[in-house]
Design a protein around this ligand. Structure first.
Ligand code: SF4
Length: 455
């Protein structure tokens, strides 16, 4: 396939080749799985639903359950109202979830189905809930879909009872792995602060194998917890693209102040999270956190000669790539290409500002880019390391560049979704992965005389 990549300069503006993003509904489905007892529902054809489930199953190596409105030609012509009403009735009768989270697909969006009206006209059993998010895949990316479903959780569920706010923080974690969500919760609890995290996919998409099959695993924020999020004292919205809109809506609807932050990938973004909690709740940062941070700084000093000054290309979702680039700069690496498939000029502005502050010139920064473009850049001007998803492995092989797998999706490695890249422990894991990738390459390429025991 890669022999087909032209060696001459090719600009393409009419479409994407090998896009660095996927469908909105995948993000919406993933967010919905972070509600306890939720069955995500794909309002479209079975093919869309199967594709989205497959994408998540391959990344998390766990079963991903979702139902579908099963559109056929009839729904395409007459609209999907009848299919959705039947689906809602059947899903509650057969699968008995606490809540159904409906997301749309390209076809239902093109038809223009009025989902709120259809839900109102449907038979929803007493005590059960149906929420929805519009997720047309011809706009945005899976991150937009995740954000839209988070917003739906707030608009349908969050309530304020008008009394004094509770000493509790709402954490909107962004599109991260369950291992990251677990680590963020650990950090907040380590600071002695009560929290509600939603969505929370830990113990859902990485649920343990036990002797009993549970269709709805233990994890996830309950509907009651999301409702009560309107009574919390503070919201931290982690990730501008995936969480900020839901945090802003919660502020507007329930007067819970929202502090937008980066997903805590890297030293500075983790410091910012801890300082925001300190400012919000006035507690003292425990010594355990100081020790964790100190270990990162110590490790950076011990290992900097492995990666300092190395040129790196980064591709992935904006909420991960922005703080990751910040951390790469902390590590003394030189970002040469920074790219996301998700649209939004803010990405380029934020990255350029960071690079400028670090005195890095000649870095190509691109929002709404694609992997064909990234490959061309690397072909023209090689890098020492590539950081991105499994889709980058073809570039890595063709250009003989080591690849560190970070982000979504990762289809060709196991366990990654359990291992956090957030917080101070996540910093150590990133340093380990980056250092090891570069050292492996050095061992592979060096002459016999330079093949050292100690690196
Ligand atoms: S039709 Fe739209 S929603 Fe369905 S799989 Fe294709 S891009 Fe995704």
């Amino acid at each position: 396939m890669l022999e087909c990549i032209p060696t001459r300069k090719v600009e393409h503006t009419a479409g994407k080749i090998n896009p660095a993003k996927t469908c909105q509904p995948i993000g919406a489905m993933y967010a919905a799985l972070g509600i306890h007892g939720c069955l995500p529902h794909s309002h479209g054809s079975q093919g869309c639903c199967a594709y989205h489930r497959m994408g998540l199953t391959r990344h998390f190596r766990d079963q991903i359950l979702a139902s579908s409105s099963s559109f056929t030609e009839g729904a395409s012509v007459f609209g999907g109202a009848a299919n959705l009403k039947t689906s809602i009735k059947n899903v509650f009768k057969i699968y008995n979830p606490e809540i159904m989270a409906v997301h749309t697909t390209c076809l239902s969006e093109t038809i223009g189905d009025d989902i709120p009206t259809i839900i109102k006209q449907s038979e929803v059993p007493e005590g059960k809930v149906v929420i929805h998010a519009n997720t047309p895949s011809y706009q945005g990316s899976h991150i937009t879909g995740f954000s839209n479903m988070c917003k739906a959780m707030v608009s349908y569920l969050a309530e304020s009872d008008g009394t004094a706010k509770k000493e509790r923080v709402n954490i909107l974690p962004g599109f991260v792995n369950p291992g990251d969500m677990r680590e963020i919760k650990r950090i907040v609890r380590e600071l002695g602060i009560d929290l509600t995290m939603f969505p929370d996919t830990s113990d859902v998409v990485d649920s343990p194998l036990t002797d009993k099959y549970e269709m709805y695993p233990e994890g996830g924020a309950t509907v009651a917890e999301i409702r009560d999020s309107g009574n919390s004292k503070l919201t931290l919205a982690l990730g501008a693209w995936s969480s900020e809109a839901a945090g802003a809506l919660l502020q507007e609807k329930c007067s819970v102040p929202c502090v937008p932050l980066k997903i805590p990938v890297g030293l500075k973004a983790t410091d910012d999270l801890i300082m925001a909690l300190k400012d919000g709740f006035g507690m003292k940062v425990p010594r355990s956190m100081t020790i964790e941070r100190g270990q990162v700084v110590d490790t950076l000093i011990d290992t900097h000669f492995h990666y300092q000054g190395k040129k790196v290309a980064v591709a992935g979702d904006p909420d991960i790539v922005v703080p990751l680039t910040e951390f790469l700069l902390t590590m003394g690496m030189i970002p040469a290409y920074v790219m996301t498939g998700t649209p939004g000029s803010r990405f380029e502005t934020e990255i350029r500002h960071m690079l400028e502050q670090s005195g890095i010139k000649d870095c190509v920064v691109r929002a709404e880019g694609d992997l064909f473009e990234l490959h061309k850049w690397i072909m023209e001007n090689p890098v020492d390391l590539l950081i991105g998803t499994t889709h980058c492995k073809y570039i890595a092989r063709a250009e003989d560049v080591p690849l560190v797998r970070v982000g979504f999706p990762i289809f060709d490695r196991a366990v990654h979704y359990l291992m956090p890249i957030v917080g101070y422990r996540g910093c150590l894991r990133l340093i380990e992965m980056i250092s090891n990738a570069l050292l492996e390459r050095r061992d592979r390429d060096c002459t016999d005389e330079d093949y050292e025991l100690i690196l």
